[in-house]
Design a protein around this ligand. Sequence first.
Ligand SMILES: Nc1nc2c(c(=O)[nH]1)N[C@H]1C(S)=C(S)[C@@H](COP(=O)(O)O)O[C@H]1N2
Ligand SMILES: [Mo]
Length: 505
Amino acid sequence: MASRWFAALVGVIVTGCAIALAEILARFTGSGPGPVEAVAEAFIDLTPGWLKDLAIDWFGTNDKVALGVGIAVVMLALAVVAGLAERAVRWRGAGVVILLGLVAAVATLTRPDGGVVAVWPVVVGTVVGALALPGLLAPPGTADPERAMADRRVLDRRALLLGAGAVGGLALVGASVARVVGVRRAPVAPALELPDAASTVPPLPAGADLDIEGLAPFRTPNEEFYRIDTAFVVPRVDPATWTLRVHGMVEQEVTMTLDDLLADDLVEAWVTLCCVSNQVGGDLVGNALWLGLPVREVLDRAGVRPGADMVLSRSVDGFTASTPLEVLTDDRNALLAVGMNGTDLPPEHGYPVRVVVPGLYGYVSATKWVSELQVTRFADETAYWTDRGWSAHGPVKISSRIDVPRGRSVAAGEVVVAGVAWAQHTGIAAVEVRVDDGEWQPCELAEQVHVDTWRQWFFRWDAPAGTHSLEVRATGQDGEIQTGERVGVVPDGATGWHRVDVQVG
Ligand SMILES: Nc1nc2c(c(=O)[nH]1)N[C@H]1C(S)=C(S)[C@@H](COP(=O)(O)O)O[C@H]1N2
Ligand SMILES: [Mo]
C-alpha cells in the first residue's frame, strides 16, 4: 500500500493538475473566469462586512495577495486530505475532488462573467482529477507474491508517471498563477487616443505642492494610487466593444460606445478620491487629474423622469454603487472618466471608463469598469456595499493626516510637521496642530487648487527633547471643525484626530 506521504503527494499533484487544467482551458478558450478567480470572487462577495474591514485593516491594499495565499493554503490542505482519503478508502479521495469541483462550479455559475457555458472547464478538470486519483493510488489487490511483484512494477511506473506529472503540473500551475496575477494582462488594454479636453484646468499654482520630503505629493502618481475593489482578477474590458447603457427611470434609453464618449466635450478636473475604509491617518486616499465626460450630460440625453433620486452604476463584474441623483446633476465634476493624470485609466483603476464623483466615498460613487447607469430610487434598489451593512449614502467626512514626522526620531530644534487635509466639495479653510494635548495652533496651508482636492499643510515646531504627541484637525470652508470623536469606518467612514508620537532626541 502507498505510504501516507506518497498518497498526500499524489493528492497534491492530482488536485494541482486538475485545477491548472481547468484554469488553462478557461484561459485559452475565453469561456469565462477560471475556477480560482471564480471561487476567490464569490468568497469576496460572501465575506461579511466585519471580515472585509479586518482584512483591509490587516493587509491594506495587499488584501488580494492575502486572499490568494489563503486560498492556496486551503487548497493545499484539501489536496492532502484527498490523497489520504483515497489511500484509506477507494473513491473517497475522488469524492473530495468532486466536492472541490462542485464548489468551483457553483462559484463560476454565479459570477457575472460566468454562467452555465463557463462551467465546462471545471467539469473537465474535476472528472480528470477524480479519475486520476484512484487510478494512481489503487491498492495492490492480493498477497500473491507474483502479483505483488507485478504491483511493484506498476507502482514504479506510477512513480515515473508521477514525476512527469509533477513537472507538467508545475508548468501548468505556473501558467495559471501568471494568469491569476495578471502577468498576461498587458495586451488587453490597448492605449486609447485621448482627445484634448474641451475644458482644461488652470496650470497648478506654484504653491500647491510644498514639496516636503515624506509629505504626500499633491498629485498621486497612478502607480502609487491606492487600489480597493472586489475584483480578485482585474476585469478585462475590450474598448472596441465597451458600451455604457443608461436606462431605468429615463425618457429614452441611451447606449454609448467609447468612440461616442471620446468624441464628446471632455473636461479635466482635479478630484481627490477616498475610500470609506480609510482609517484615521490611513493612506486609502489619493488625488489625480481626471479627464472625462460629465455624468449630467449623459443623464440629460436620456432625460431623467420625475421621482428618481438615485443612479445605480454597475460595472462589468457586477459591482454596484448608489449615487444620489443630485450630486450627478449639479455643477460639480462628476465624471465618466477615461483619463487619469494624462494617460488612460490603468486596468486596476477602471480601464476604459470609470465614474468619479467629488465629495463621495468611492463605494457609493466611483464605479470602475462601468457599464451601466440605472436611474432609479433609493427606495427601490440597493448597492453592493449597502447589502453588506454599509450606509446607502457616503459623503466624505472632513479629514486630516500627519505625514511627517512619522515613525522615526527627529533632532531637537525646528521640526517641520506636514500633512494633507481634505473635505471634498467643501474645501479646507484651516488646519491646526497641537502638541501634547496643548493649545491648537494654526498651520500654514498650501495654495488651494480646488475645493474637490486635498490641501497640504505644514507647521514649524520648536521641538524639545523627549517623547511628544502631535495631533491635527481641519476646518472646512463651511465652518465645520473636524470632530475628535473616534468612530470606526463602518457604516459610513471613520472620524477622529490623527495622532502620532514622536521621539525627539
Ligand atoms: N467595479 C468596481 N468599482 C469600484 C469598486 C469595486 O469593488 N468594483 N470599489 C470602489 C471603492 S470601495 C473605492 S474606494 C474606489 C477605489 O478606486 P481606486 O481603486 O481607483 O482607488 O473604487 C470604487 N469602485
Ligand atoms: Mo472604498
